[in-house]
Each structure stands twice: as structure tokens, then as C-alpha cells.
Design a protein around this ligand. Structure first.
Ligand SMILES: NC(=O)c1ccc[n+]([C@@H]2O[C@H](COP(=O)([O-])OP(=O)(O)OC[C@H]3O[C@@H](n4cnc5c(N)ncnc54)[C@H](OP(=O)(O)O)[C@@H]3O)[C@@H](O)[C@H]2O)c1
Length: 170
């Protein structure tokens, strides 16, 4: 089944530092919720470290089927959260669930693996202007992805950012 990626990155493809995002942009969190919940029956797939980066009171992410990838057999999560040991396995299982859209929501290791898959058709990217201290990065966008949407520049506090959509062969 096809899937989308959603991420926010700095000018150097920065996405994370010490297990959290390098910025605090409420408008981006709101955008993330709007896109990934939609009016639909959607799923989010994330790596174990991204799962752990979500404050306990906000996880699982509401109104979306949550799936976490971990190779640890002792990975523990609430019953309603799906746990799989590979991207291939989770995509195969979710294909039977009559979902409208599947989102890969990070982090870095999963983005790098997912963006190369044929099923990856769309990337929702928040481009945050400026450089940030980081230890985790978004992969380069492959040339078969074309920009199909771009908002004006938004501002919140010290941050300026745009919401961009890339689609494969778009
Ligand atoms: N800016 C953004 O949009 C954004 C979004 C999400 C996250 N982030 C940031 O990204 C950072 C976390 O990224 P990360 O790369 O360190 O970690 P991650 O991708 O969230 O998690 C890595 C872990 O997920 C599991 N995993 C990943 N791919 C797997 C696969 N194909 N099969 C099975 N298990 C798999 C492994 O867990 P086990 O070790 O348990 O086997 C791996 O150690 C944080 O700083 C976070 O804030 C940023």
C-alpha cells in the first residue's frame, strides 16, 4: 500500500537533537495533526525512538492508528498500539485495514529507509528557515519527487517556515 512521509526540517535537513525536535513551533504541530488525522481513517508509523519522544499524555496519537517499529521483542506499548519488526511487515499488515492514508512520521532512520521505497508517493515537509544544532537529519529528496504545493512564509516567534508538498512524478 502507498504511504506518505511527513516531517519538519531545517535548512540543513535537521530534524532532531537529543531525542526531541530542534524547535518548538505550535503551528507545525497543529498542521501535523490536521494532515495526519484529516477527515479520514489514517495510520501513523514511527520508529521506537520517535514513539518515546512523544510525551506519555499525548500517546498514542489520537484518532489515528498508531504503529511502532522496533526490533526489540520486549517492546511494550498500550494494547491499541501495533508493534512490528520491519517496515515491510507493517505495510503488509496495514494493507488489510481499509485505511485512507498511511503516514511515516519519523524519525531519521525510518525516513531514510521509507523514502527509497516504491510505495512512498508523497512528502509533506515543513521547511524551517535557518540552521539548528542537530544529531538527526532528513534524507535528500530523490529527484523523482516534484514540488506540487508550497504555502507563503509563516512566522511564529523567532521561526519562519513554509509547508511544502512533494509528489512522486507530480
Ligand atoms: N522533525 C521531525 O519532523 C521529526 C519527526 C519525528 C522524529 N523526529 C526526531 O527524530 C529523532 C529520532 O529519530 P531516530 O532516527 O533517532 O530514531 P527513530 O527512527 O524514531 O527510531 C529508531 C528505532 O526505531 C526502530 N526501527 C527503525 N526502523 C526500523 C525498521 N525498519 N524495522 C524495525 N525497527 C525499526 C529501531 O528500534 P529498536 O532499537 O527498538 O529496535 C530503531 O532503533 C528525535 O530527535 C525526534 O525528535 C523529528
Amino acid at each position: 500500500m502507498n504511504f506518505s512521509i511527513i516531517a519538519a526540517m531545517g535548512a540543513n535537513n535537521e530534524i532532531g537533537k537529543n531525542g526531541i525536535m530542534p524547535w518548538d513551533i505550535k503551528a507545525d504541530l497543529k498542521h501535523f495533526a490536521q494532515v495526519t488525522i484529516g477527515q479520514k481513517n489514517n495510520a501513523v508509523i514511527m520508529g521506537r525512538k520517535t514513539w518515546e519522544s512523544i510525551p506519555e499524555q499525548f500517546r498514542p496519537l489520537k484518532n489515528r492508528l498508531n504503529a511502532v517499529l522496533s526490533r526489540r521483542t520486549d517492546f511494550k506499548a498500550p494494547d491499541e498500539v501495533l508493534h512490528y519488526e520491519s517496515l515491510t511487515q507493517v505495510l503488509k499488515e496495514l494493507a488489510n485495514k481499509n485505511l485512507d492514508e498511511i503516514f511515516i512520521i519519523g524519525g531519521g532512520s525510518l525516513y531514510h529507509e521509507a523514502i527509497r521505497r516504491a510505495e512512498c508517493q508523497k512528502i509533506y515537509l515543513t521547511e524551517v528557515q535557518g540552521h539548528f544544532l542537530a544529531d538527526t537529519y532528513f534524507p535528500p529528496i530523490p529527484p523523482e519527487f516534484k514540488k506540487t504545493g508550497e504555502t507563503n512564509l509563516w512566522s511564529e516567534g523567532q521561526y519562519n517556515f513554509k509547508f511544502i508538498i512533494y509528489e512522486k512524478n507530480g
